[in-house]
Design a protein around this ligand. Sequence first.
Ligand SMILES: [Zn+2]
Length: 285
Amino acid sequence: MLENCTFCLEKTSLIKSHIIPKFVLKWHKEARQGPIRNTSNINQRIQDYDKPYLLCKECDNSFSKWENLFCKNLFKPYQDNTFSPYNLNYTDWLLKFSTSLSWKVLALTKKENNLISFSDLQKKQIDKALQTWQRFLINQSSTPAEFEQHIILLDGIRESSMKPPLFLNRYLLEAIHFDVLLHETAIISYTKFLKFIFIGIIQIKNKSEWKINKIHIKEGKIDTLKTFNIPEILFNYILEQANEIEKSFDGLSSDQYDKINCNINNNFNEYVKSNAFKGMLLDNS
Ligand SMILES: [Zn+2]
């Protein structure tokens, strides 16, 4: 069936696109030796639904060059702990990669009519963000303007001044999902996979709160030891998501539970080296 490509608007046949890059799912599957599960319906494997008809083949391919650079220069070194000593450098590919992720998340949310709770004015702002990101990706503009991109590199939390959710570290190290967050002071796109969070700013009221790890246009470096404050909205959202995992485990069928345990037992030597195991230890320490 012919349909308009959401990116170039050409009427053509669309292909199934990965929103979360394929190498992330592959890495996770190999590291965990088991299927990836989505927190909202934990009995469903994430690969089964994460490929919507969004783009034509040409547009989908044009995104892959930034994905490959991100995979080689940032994803693998940080995920495998092989970077040195504490800095990760990047050039212009990181902003393009992050913008392409945020664009896909927002375009899909709009296409699937999941913007019901947004006002007309907010929907207008969303269209402006999509157009600005699209123009930046095809080099028609040199910046994403006010629709900035931010990156957060995650690790497990050992100490906390509050009682953290039971699954917080497993969420931080392992969860894979995306969303568009609507709050009275901010609208952002949120893409989280393994130890990475990418934020696309759509509208924010308090700019000083959102200075965290802004991705620069030409080059930059990420200091993995530097501490930073996460905006309250984001912090609360992360806690909510960690609580959702706990609830989803209650919803796991006994068949699925047995399958997971069987997978872990069959691959125990790999499992003890994984982030899943590290997260479980931290959550129970
Ligand atoms: Zn296209």
